[in-house]
Design a protein around this ligand. Structure first.
Ligand SMILES: Cc1cc2nc3c(=O)[nH]c(=O)nc-3n(C[C@H](O)[C@H](O)[C@H](O)COP(=O)(O)OP(=O)(O)OC[C@H]3O[C@@H](n4cnc5c(N)ncnc54)[C@H](O)[C@@H]3O)c2cc1C
Length: 470
């Protein structure tokens, strides 16, 4: 029955998407079995590639009428299994919806299709002295860490963040308007170029909904003038609790760094073992990277103040890096930390929880302990400024049972985050991997309210099924 529906759907979709716009061969579908979540796979029945809002609407309507699950797909870098087709169905890829439609400097917005790569907006705007607001910084320092591949649609669906969110907020803070496709294929335009919106915050509702309510077809994003210069501060610490306290001290001092990132000893060992080695101190238990920005004299003055606070807070070494190529190397090392894990272990599960900043040290020790009691090592790379942890639990897939242990350790860490007053996700979404933990964070009636909202959009439950809700 489902096989017939899929082949009828594919035949009709080919009529307006063309042969190259519909993939059904076993070998082609393999690529879509996984995303950035190494521990999860699922098989799609068909993948389609609309080019416009209208084509996306038509294909969604068709799938919905046939009762086929609909899974939005950007570049497949999700770390929570958000785009893995766990129930089969049609993957709607935005790979051909990749155009920057308009730059409006007067209103300081860019209008883009959902499949535009995050980094392309900045590449396009550079000559105008502007940049995408969440993406402030040099190329090596833009947000999110996957910005050279991830799409704006994926960023919106997960409400992505990154190193600079401490100062600039997350994706939802950069949005003015959205064009969405409802499961029935109806198109809705919400928001606009103007700042003020009245009534319910529909942009906020769609942002972070992980493709479970509607597909995002286009977005109006905020752009801002490029800042003049930045200075990086590198501090090392003999233990994690001191590093954690130093983060709080910098914030309490009134300084407003744009980014504050912490890497522990194992994370430093990983990056220093590979091509992105930047001379980070391997003898330190924790390394703190901070960036301040502004006019050159202003940034330098702010950097000296921050360095002084770090020294007073017990840093065993502080270096102010003004030289842009050297700073670039340091931030590239931080950005490549996930990939560098291959130098210290064959596989990893990355988690993404938040905790109140003052509990940083406690959370890091708990993360290490959750791994250690299962014989696994845990590296930590995280956005210290906003208390967003990224424990990387190393395991070896060739050893039976290790993968399961790594997932279990990850869940234990996220539960600890909630107990410490934090959340089960800071930016990677709930997806498939964390849905089991949703009741740890929300009461039953809150989850019921969310489900009721989903039912308004998607009464047949066909939008990215198997995600978010346990
Ligand atoms: C090395 C690396 C570094 C990363 N660094 C960061 C980081 O710093 N910060 C951060 O927040 N994340 C980070 N991530 C996670 C990931 O890149 C983000 O979640 C990103 O926003 C996903 O974008 P994507 O285009 O790959 O989306 P996908 O993975 O394709 O999809 C993500 C989710 O969005 C849905 N979706 C995709 N497109 C649409 C659409 N048009 N309409 C509706 N739903 C849609 C999918 O169904 C899925 O649920 C990183 C990942 C990697 C691999």
């Amino acid at each position: 029955m489902r096989r017939n529906a899929i082949s009828d759907f594919a035949k009709k979709a080919r009529e307006f998407l063309g042969e190259e716009g519909v993939l059904q061969e076993e070998v082609d579908l393999l690529v879509y079995e996984q995303d950035g979540t190494l521990a999860l796979r699922g098989k799609a029945d068909v993948v389609v590639f609309p080019r416009t809002v209208q084509e996306m609407a038509k294909v969604v309507e068709l799938a919905y009428n046939y009762g086929i699950p609909i899974i939005g797909r950007g570049s497949g870098t999700s770390l929570s299994g958000g785009g893995v087709p766990v129930t089969g169905g049609v993957i709607v890829s935005t790979a051909r919806m990749n155009k920057i439609l308009e730059i409006d400097l007067e209103n300081e917005v860019a209008v883009v299709q959902a499949g535009v790569i995050n980094d392309w907006i900045n590449a396009y705007l550079a000559r105008m002295g502007y940049q995408y607001a969440i993406d402030l910084g040099f190329q090596y320092m833009a947000d999110p860490g996957s910005q050279r591949v991830s799409t704006i649609g994926g960023n919106i669906a997960h409400n992505s963040g990154g190193v600079k969110c401490f100062k600039y907020g997350v994706t939802v803070n950069q949005l003015r308007g959205l064009t969405i496709v409802l499961p029935t294929g109806e198109v809705r335009r919400i928001g606009g170029k103007e700042f003020e919106q009245a009534g319910y915050d529909l942009i906020g509702l769609i942002t972070g909904s992980e493709g479970t309510l509607a597909l995002i077809a286009e977005a109006i994003v905020r752009i801002v003038p490029t800042y003049e210069s930045s200075v990086t501060i590198l501090a090392k610490f003999a233990d994690l609790p001191t590093a954690g306290r130093a983060v709080s001290a910098v914030i309490a001092s009134g300084a407003m760094p744009v980014a504050m990132e912490l890497m522990d000893k194992l994370a430093v060992e990983a990056v220093e073992s590979g091509p992105y080695a930047a001379g980070l101190p391997k003898d330190a238990e924790a390394v703190l990277l901070i960036q301040v920005e502004g006019s050159l004299p202003g940034a330098k003055e702010e950097a000296s103040k921050v360095a002084e606070v770090l020294r007073r807070s017990g840093a065993s070494g502080v270096e102010i890096v003004e030289d842009p190529p050297k700073a670039a190397k340091i931030w590239a090392a931080r950005k490549q930390a996930f990939g560098a894990m291959g130098f210290v272990g064959p596989n990893y599960v990355v988690e993404d929880g938040t905790i109140p900043r003052k509990k940083l040290a406690e959370a890091l020790m708990l993360a290490r302990a959750a791994g250690a009691k299962r014989g696994l090592r845990v590296a930590n790379v995280f956005h210290a400024g906003d208390g967003n942890l990224h424990p990387l639990i190393l395991y070896d897939e060739r050893k039976p049972g290790e993968r399961e242990k790594a997932i279990e350790a990850g869940e234990e860490i996220l539960e600890a985050c909630v107990e410490l007053g934090g959340t089960i996700t800071g930016e990677h979404g709930v997806g498939y991997m964390k849905k089991k933990l949703l009741p740890k964070m929300y009461r039953r009636e809150e989850i019921e309210l969310m489900k009721a909202i989903k039912a308004v959009f998607d009464p047949k439950g066909l939008m990215n099924p198997g995600k978010i809700f346990p």
